[in-house]
Design a protein around this ligand. Sequence first.
Ligand code: HEM
Length: 536
Amino acid sequence: MLYTVSGIAMWPRWWNACNMKDELSQANLLILFSILIIFGFLCTIKKSRNVAASLPPGPRGLPFVGYLPFLGTDLHRAFTGLSRVYGPIYKLWLGNKLCVVLSSPSLVKEVVKDQDSIFANRSPSIAAIAVTFGGNDIAFSSYGPEWRKLRKIFVHQMLGSSSLDACYDLRSQEVKKSISDVHNKIGVPINIGQLAFSTAINAITSMLCGGILQGEMETNFGAEFQGVVTELMVLLGKPNVSDFFPMLARFDMQGIERKTKKIALWCDRILSSAIDKRLNANANAVTKKGAGKIEQRKDFLKFLLDLKENDDDAKSITLSQLKALLMDIMIGGTDTTSTAVEWVMAEMLQHPNVMKRVQEELTEVVGLDNRVEESHLPQLHYLVAVVKETLRLHPPLPLLVPHCPSQSSVVGGYTIPKGASIFLNVWAIHRDPEIWNTPLEFQPERFLNDSKKLDFSGNNFVYLTFGSGRRVCAGLPLAERMLMYILASFLHSFEWELPNGTKLEFAERFGIVLKKMRPLVATPSPRLSNSKLYTL
Ligand code: HEM
């Protein structure tokens, strides 16, 4: 009751005075609090405005779907067109997914060098998860201890130079088999991409598991596997509505998840069969060894199976990781390599004087009475320049594999929120007239005696065929050897020309790997002095 008006009126004076003081300080406090709250509120508004304002510029798109309906199928070209309007860093919304596209060397450097540990993360698509046993591989797993462990095993133990030297004979045998096959078809037009793919897959499976996949490979395995991988690369590169609207994912409206899972099942069947056969072969070898007879074969698969059995968590891998690693090698290593071979051969058929110079170099270094060996490769400087120039114009992964920041960050003065998909448009950088003289012309000479020392390591951000930083291509040492060895062998062993009446064209088919739209076909004729050089 103290607070009734009449009650207050009855209070003695001194109490009133004290009360007035209190009221004053209460009012002050109230004002202070109000100011703080308003200030805080204004700061929050300003901050949120700042974040919104500091996102990169970009096209508006439509409500809900964003820019999705306008992208078309050739993402690399669409992204390059947009960078002419919005500059070298811009954003676009695909459904509710924020994508940021970068197309200048200095911005790429900020991502793959200055802030590499933040941007080395991935945000795998539904298709990528489906085909990598739940994102258990190297290419699509999150940046963290498991990725680090897998990458270390892959790069240092499996693809280290001593390990690659040790299995050179297996690669060499497969290249020689291909050369011999082509020699049996002299005068017949050959699908170059198919030839390169079957050479690469045979070399890789031979290194992985020796003859263990022979059963699977009898019925034209190479061609079937190539068809499967080509389809997969398109599925992996295609914008998928389910990725942009997770609530629609269960409808799988474009059928991408269903098709990818079918491919994953097909691959799983082959890998499981190889694993079973290897385990049986090991068991037999142990039994025979017990009887004092035989040594076990040590290939990549055996090495990985041993890791699976390792008790030390820091070294051991799960069955899913083992299979996903095999997929990385078989899929990541074949289509990229054969696509690169096809583009190089196409450019050389388009520029016969370049092909002639490459062959003269081969004659000088290898000799017409000899076959190419990997040991010749370091001396083939002009061929290296031709390969680099081709991969400048036709980088097999034109947008790399999208990166994803694990925390919000600032690039080029703009905020890049955590979880955005980052596309590094290497295709645009490789054709930028600010960086390259006459960028659309095929001039291998620009890579001869180049002062910038442009190599495949990604240390110079104007040339990024294999990516750069922590996520640079994990298969680079093998890729470089196989690509050069296959090309040098094809070009040293045969003259190549377009079949009569055919025309060369350079149309592209976009997927995560950028391929030639129509397969390159060329007719071989022998070049070497002795037909014995074509036999096994
Ligand atoms: C001409 C041949 C090849 C090209 C042009 C190529 C290019 C690339 C590119 C651009 C990336 C992504 C880099 C990034 O996201 O920043 C990559 C990643 C990768 N590549 Fe290759 N590659 C080739 C051959 C190979 C081979 C032969 C293998 C395996 C034996 C391989 C295995 C991988 C793996 C595992 C990754 C994922 C790396 C990671 O995310 O940590 N690649 N490659």
